[in-house]
Write a protein that binds this ligand. Structure first.
Ligand SMILES: *Cc1c(COP(=O)(O)O)cnc(C)c1O
Length: 405
């Protein structure tokens, strides 16, 4: 999964380039920086590698989502439809711009169920935010058609799916805007960082200003910049961008290793008739960071987990249903609207409603699902060993469960 597994001389070299001048800020200091602009260079590379018109780096993926929403003019009272399975950052960003997260069910793509999106549309809906979890994507044609019909914004949270594609286009470049995270555990990393990608010059220019206190970046120097609107500091540093430049150069290698390792591990799980795999929409290509698989029932999945735990081979297998970062079931702070400062009454009411909302469709999927993280450093021998042990443990759990039944 994470690009940090391949850190080497390239990252060191780019960091050294920055340290040679000592200019860690991406803007200004034109003399002493001696032509070193790592953030600019990385933005240029992102537009080339992923095929988008514009890229705006940010300090994190969360900041990228917040920036994108501001640039898309999403704010107080607007409803943003998003999936019940995501990372907490997705709703944090929605709440931070004053908007209302409307969580809906997923399907076996592990992201937005197009029918659930349709059913959730109200006059206040402004945006549909698919989250391409664990390397693969939502049915984007279906979501685009819904957005076109209802005049809604499509914002892709592609933070976990760097390098995945849909009908030949990079995930994150298909909606009005899309985001990646470059945090430490993502497919490529800056340590911390993120990016907003878009094909709209207007959206890009708003992102550019918003991430730097509203500076228009048109003055002869920073002091002469105008501030056409209020922004924040969501800048990336040159040191983080330097790491990202090294990592983006390794993306093809990372994706190739992930695919190979993922498919070899999958060949073991495919031998178990009860196992099914996450649905990838037609025309989509997974980035292979995870192998996501299902058993027929929650009981069988829990039995398989218990057996893998007993054998000491559970590490790296994520059972999102029980974890409190990625699935609605355990987001107590969201259900209770526990914030440090005031949020609007409309936001509070919407969060309150989440407590009683029926997520049985999502539960029935997530309670049977494990995502196995794919390491870049596994040897072939280790994968054969891991695959054989996992398959044996799962088979044993299934056999014992059928005896009990
Ligand atoms: C990691 C992640 C983010 C946020 O990224 P950070 O860089 O950690 O702020 C947003 N959405 C999803 C789905 C993520 O996995």
């Amino acid at each position: 999964m994470p690009g940090f597994e391949l850190f080497g001389a390239e990252e060191r070299q780019h960091i050294n380039d920055v340290m040679e001048t000592g200019i860690l800020m991406r803007y200004g200091f034109d003399g002493p920086r001696k032509g070193i602009f790592k953030a600019n260079e990385l933005e240029q590379k992102i537009t080339e590698v992923f095929g988008c018109g514009y890229a705006q780096l940010t300090s994190s993926g969360t900041a990228a989502l917040t920036t994108a929403m501001a640039a898309l003019n999403i704010g107080v009272g607007d409803e943003v439809i998003m999936p019940s399975f995501t990372f907490v950052a997705s709703f944090e960003a929605v709440l931070s711009v004053g908007a209302i997260p409307v969580l809906v069910d997923i399907d076996e793509t592990l992201t937005l169920h197009p029918e659930a999106v349709k059913a959730a549309i109200t006059p206040k809906t402004r945006c549909v935010m698919p989250v391409h979890m664990c390397g693969s994507m939502a049915d984007l044609d279906a979501l685009k058609a819904i957005c076109d019909e209802h005049d809604l914004i499509l914002l892709e949270d592609a933070c976990q799916s760097i390098g995945g594609t849909y009908k030949g286009k990079a995930l994150g470049t298909i909606g009005h805007a899309g985001t990646f995270s470059f945090d430490f555990v993502k497919t490529i990393t800056c340590g911390e960082g993120g990016v907003v990608m878009t094909n709209s010059k207007d959206i890009f220019e708003k992102c550019d200003g918003y991430t730097d206190h509203g500076h228009d970046h048109k003055g002869v120097d920073r002091g002469a910049d105008l501030h056409p609107f209020i922004g924040y500091n969501f800048r990336i540093s040159e040191l983080h961008a330097a790491i990202g430049l090294a990592q983006i150069g390794k993306l093809d290698q990372i994706l190739a290793i992930q695919k190979k390792n993922n498919q070899l591990l999958r060949s073991y799980l495919e031998q178990i008739p009860d196992i099914t795999f996450r649905v990838v929409p037609e025309g989509g290509v997974d980035n292979f960071a995870f192998l996501s698989w299902f058993l027929p029932t929650e009981d069988l999945m829990r039995a398989a987990i218990a057996e893998m735990k007993a054998q000491g081979i559970l590490a790296g297998n994520f059972y999102w249903y029980d974890n409190n970062w990625h699935y609605i079931r355990k987001w107590q702070h969201l259900h209770n609207a526990t914030t440090l400062n005031n949020i609007s009454d409309a936001q509070k009411a919407a969060l309150h409603d989440l407590k009683t909302q029926d997520f049985s469709v999502s539960d029935a999927i997530m309670s049977r699902c494990i995502s196995t993280a794919i390491s870049l450093t596994w040897t072939e021998e280790q994968i054969h060993d891991k695959g054989a042990k996992m398959a044996a443990a799962i088979k044993k759990a299934i056999a014992e469960a059928s005896v009990v039944a």
